[in-house]
Unconditional design. Sequence first.
Length: 167
Amino acid sequence: MFDRPYDPIFLRGIFDRTRILRKPITNIVVGYHVLSYILVGPDVEMERTAVEIRGKIRVSPRLVIRPGGGGQTYGEVFGESELMDQALVARVFAFRYAARQHALIESEDLSIRPAEGDPGVRVERIHDELRRGEILDTGLILSPDVKFYPVSIDRFLHEILDRELAD
């Protein structure tokens, strides 16, 4: 089914090496909320120096009941499978707060484009752009490999939920 075997240790490494450089100033505990993000990273497989992904994640803290207990897949959430590594497309998208705070997470306005130069330099330019524009509602993420960007987005959501839903 996939080009290479699914390796949870490799995916955990992507998750752990993802750097959340900026979190949006927001409160998602009540109501329907949109989390904007900019993710930058290299496309290791295609040897592209940098790819920039801009998108928005809609988070709804409403109760979601799914038959069979299966969750959404990365492919369903992000609606993209060309850049995304095929090993992720059918992987179930979940986050640890599902048992305490049922929520529906969807992606919208996804744009993927090649970027010039080193990902670290690109991230600094974007960080400056966000500061100058006083944009407070957008996260900034540095991914170790954009083919696995849903794993980096998962890390971003974990950090937001850790902050918002801390006991």
